[in-house]
Design a protein around this ligand. Sequence first.
Ligand SMILES: [Zn+2]
Length: 412
Amino acid sequence: MTSLDEFLQSQLPAALELLRQMVGINSFTGNRGGVNRLGRFTAESFAPLGFAAEFMPSTNPGYGDHLVLTRPGRGPKSIAMISHLDTVFPPEEEVRNNFRWQPEGDLIYGPGTHDIKGGTAMMWLVLLALRERAPAVFDAITWKLFWNSSEEVISKDFGDVCRARFDAGTLAALVFESEGRLGVERLMVIARKGRVTWRVTVTGRGAHAGSKHRHGANAAVQLGLTLQRIAALTDYSRELTFNVGTIAGGGVLNRVPHEAVAEGEMRAFTPEACAAGKAALLALAGPGEIRAVADRFACDVQVEILSESRSWPRNPATDRLAELWQQAGVELGIPVNIEQRGGLSDGNQIWDAVPTLDGLGPWGDNDHCSERSADGSKVPEFVEISSFVPKAALNTAAILKLAEQSVPERSR
Ligand SMILES: [Zn+2]
């Protein structure tokens, strides 16, 4: 019998060929047809492993179908794996920047090579290894694989699709977003920040900038003051950050602006920090200090919350999963550590339904970038070929440990 590494190495060319074909299908979130083509291709690719497909329409009709693949097992336990179909690259951008499948040495550049089609190829490789190395376990477990059609726009309905299919025997949900790296350590993701997006609208009073300047209440000046206060709410000691993202206001230069608007976001790891940040933001609403000199007419500051994505705080169920990966790492000689990451993933939507671990994908970098400059200062998204086999071995070994666990008792 060959070693796990040798088996994975022998299957790597097939996994990379699968990845090449997936990267060749543009699946920008807004490209509904492309996302659905990739969904069908993915279902066909996993069918030989015994998976049956279900396509779930998105609640937003502009997005493609979510994909659910299931392989029923003989026993009561199930394991969920999570990825997504979409990328952030519109077809025109791929053409404009000649951004396509480009292997160079140990790296492969291309849209989604890392985020997250490389993660889907990793899922395929790991399931192949489980079937080959531990057929009894592979057959005993019910495998449920989920692909979000619209993860990059944080579609909330995907969480419901997953939650409806988790059952009392679900041991874990494993998210195949990219691996973190710190030196030689591979970092599993055990928490992710929540995100609140906001808009501040200042209403002032317009006036002729030449003849009636004293009658104006300058909305742009008030917005500037308010935004300074928002920026000052960032508290790195609590991992609470505010970002002013866009700013607009005024119209022509000979008029005191009557309106100015800014939008941005706030992030934090715990529900408490999110709530505190949100409260501090909302407290900035009300009359501003910028007033018309003529009659003390004050600018008015409005604060709106545009969207909220829950935080995935550090929690014991996730920590227990991370320990299995660390144990497997010790046995395989692969240093494994943990990280709390600022960006969102589908883990934010499901972590409190079943124990969830993220970062099971291969290593790469420059996600969401498509430009390349001749001087090397701009490099597009890529995945590292040599990261697949060790990470697949780690995932396989850890999942075998997970499969031995008894079904968790959950208070619902
Ligand atoms: Zn992703």
